[in-house]
Design a protein around this ligand. Structure first.
Ligand SMILES: [Zn+2]
Length: 85
């Protein structure tokens, strides 16, 4: 079952403000509201390089991300992300 990342579109509570993980089946409709506070939420696409045609490995390498000013976030689960150095 894939895990999707959601984030409040405006405001939100502690649970949804920064983003949280939600396990969902492929055929399940995406969530539209935070299960905790009911704030409208959106599904977040974490990888911004999907259409470059290059391999994920080189595109997402730390040096390449740094060069372009991106910070790679490691998903620690439970909606928490850790910045890689
Ligand atoms: Zn919330």
């Amino acid at each position: 079952m894939p895990t999707y990342v959601y984030r409040a579109t405006t405001g939100g509570c502690r649970f949804c403000k920064d983003s949280f993980d939600q396990k969902q089946g492929i055929n399940e409709a995406p969530l539209t509201k935070c299960p905790e506070c009911g704030t409208p939420i959106e599904r977040v696409i974490c990888v911004p390089f999907l259409k470059t045609g290059r391999s994920d490995k080189s595109v997402l390498s730390d040096s390449n991300l740094k060069k372009h000013g991106f910070t790679k976030l490691m998903n620690e689960g439970g909606g928490k992300f850790r910045k890689t150095p």
